[in-house]
Design a protein. Structure first.
Length: 115
């Protein structure tokens, strides 16, 4: 059984920074892509950033230049450094791992940006 646990969410003023972390535990083998998604109230869940096993990254246009995704393969963790936060970044953030062609999701962590 694989579990993903996010941490680091919270409240911050616009312009501030937060760092999210996601750690996997259980029967971990080779993790392919690690991603962060977010879902704001009344909106669909959207992809924020992805990092492949080779280190290639992808960012949604709305966060380019402000967010940085990184991973530590030895620890089975992925982080999301968020800077210059805006009110529209307010959402529940979820990590997602792809392993053996299966998807694993965390339970989500709330990020609230006050303007």
């Amino acid at each position: 059984q694989v579990q993903l646990v996010e941490s680091g969410g919270g409240w911050v003023q616009a312009g501030g920074s937060l760092r999210l972390s996601c750690a996997a535990s259980g029967s971990i083998f080779s993790i392919n892509a690690m991603s962060w998604y977010r879902q704001a109230p009344g909106k669909q869940r959207e992809l924020v950033a992805t990092i492949t096993s080779g280190g290639s990254t992808y960012y949604a246009d709305s966060v380019k230049g402000r967010f940085t995704i990184s991973r530590e393969n030895a620890e089975n963790t992925v982080d999301l450094q968020m800077s210059s936060l805006k009110a529209e970044d307010t959402a529940v953030y979820y990590c997602r791992f792809v392993m053996d062609s299966r998807l694993y999701w965390g339970q989500g962590t709330q990020v609230t940006v006050s303007s």
